[in-house]
Ligand binder design. Structure first.
Ligand code: NAD
Ligand code: DAU
Length: 334
């Protein structure tokens, strides 16, 4: 069996490749990745010829046609993934997340190849703070940001290709991932690497926003579960009951790194900042028998802090560029 992993050099895609090589030696892996700013060439370097690597754009119809024609399964991670960037310039988000997914869908349709489409809980918009409400597969789409609206658009394209053309596809919407190889622009790696650089963590607004954290290996294990046992055409929500507010995440990182828990700055809030995400993953657990392995967020976070401490050579070359971009829009407010 050959699997084509789009965006396989990015955070979740690269962890998916690692998990697949570790646990499924019978699967041959092709990675296609445009190597945008979000892809670090060092991430998969150690695997050499054990992976077929193609540098290319998912919006390139000839390339997608060729790659899809010689694969058995496509797992589609490639995307522009960062909300803050989408608020500065949405164009790449429309191009990759919508046009790119459309291009891939047409190749999948032509060649009758199985697709698993990776998406996000952000397509549902946000939930009020301090309630028990959670997203389910039946929650209506109501995205807030350019990023989440292009992901919602890509999901709807996949659903339409299932219904109108009968392609064999499954979809998943997952909550916030953490773990190794995540770009330093994202919340958790940004704050860990700030502290490791002697810089105070930066919390948007009041820091009361809640995210539902899941370890990246649990996300990818759920993806394989859906590929193995999911029903064609169906959507599954992936989450590990990891709700935590942003202030608590920053304070835990500070504590794990031996710093006072008030040693952070509050900065300008993100425009349109979603308040809270929370996933009800009952369907995945009951119908497909999936369970997360990383149920203690604090110990998963501690292992992630250790990973960044031990892999400075991997993240350091990206740190200054990310912080200068943030410095253009961020003001310390407290
Ligand atoms: P990432 O930004 O770390 O990686 C994205 C990868 O896609 C990069 O390697 C990039 O080079 C590649 N890419 C971008 N445009 C491309 C193009 N046009 N053609 C080919 N490759 C291209 O993102 P991530 O956090 O690993 O997210 C992966 C997927 O998972 C995305 O679809 C995202 O929406 C989804 N997701 C992410 C999270 C999260 O918490 N990070 C949660 C749920 C879902
Ligand atoms: O929910 C899934 C989504 O999670 C994915 O679809 C996205 O690809 C992924 O980037 C993530 O989106 P968020 O916007 O939730 O993640 P981010 O890491 O950017 O921010 C997490 C929270 O932390 C959010 O409430 C904003 C806040 N934040 C972020 C940064 C970068 C800060 O307070 N300070 C920061 O410096």
């Amino acid at each position: 069996m050959r699997v084509l992993v789009t965006g396989g050099v990015g955070f979740i895609g690269a962890n998916f490749v690692r998990l697949t090589l570790r646990e499924r030696p019978e699967v041959a892996v092709t990675v296609v990745d445009a190597m945008t700013y979000a892809a670090n060439p060092e991430t998969l370097a150690e695997f050499g010829d054990a992976i077929e690597f193609i540098k290319g754009d998912i919006a390139d119809p000839a390339l997608m046609d060729d790659l899809v024609s010689r694969t058995d399964l496509v797992v589609h991670f490639a995307a522009e993934s960062h909300n803050d960037n989408s608020l500065v310039d949405p164009s790449a988000f429309v191009q990759t997340n919508i046009v790119g997914t459309y291009t891939l869908l047409e190749a999948v349709r032509r060649h009758g190849v199985r697709l698993h489409h990776i998406s996000t809980d952000e397509v549902f918009g946000d939930l009020p703070l301090h309630t028990d409400e959670r997203f389910t597969e039946a929650t209506p789409y109501n995205p807030s940001s350019p990023y989440s609206s292009t992901k919602a658009g890509s999901d709807l394209l996949v659903r339409a290709w299932v219904r109108s053309f009968g392609i064999h596809a499954t979809l998943s919407n997952c909550s916030n991932n953490y773990g190794p190889y995540q770009h330093v622009e994202k919340f958790i790696p940004r704050q860990i690497t700030n502290v490791l650089s002697g810089v105070r963590p930066k919390l948007y607004g009041e820091g009361t926003n809640v995210r539902d954290w899941i370890h990246v290996d649990d996300h990818n294990d759920a993806v394989w579960t859906i590929i193995d046992r999911g029903t064609a055409g169906e959507t599954y929500l992936i989450g590990a009951d990891g709700e935590c507010d942003n202030t608590t995440v920053v304070q835990t990182i500070l504590e794990l790194l031996g710093q006072p828990t008030d040693a952070f700055d509050r900065v300008t809030d993100r425009p349109g900042h979603d308040l809270r995400y929370a996933i009800d993953s009952t369907r995945l657990r009951t119908e497909l028998g999936w369970q997360p392995r990383y149920v203690d967020f604090r110990s998963g976070l501690s292992a992630t802090v250790d990973w960044y401490r031990e892999h400075e050579a991997w993240w350091r070359p990206f740190k200054d560029a990310v912080e200068s971009t943030y410095a253009r829009t961020e003001t310390v407010i407290g």
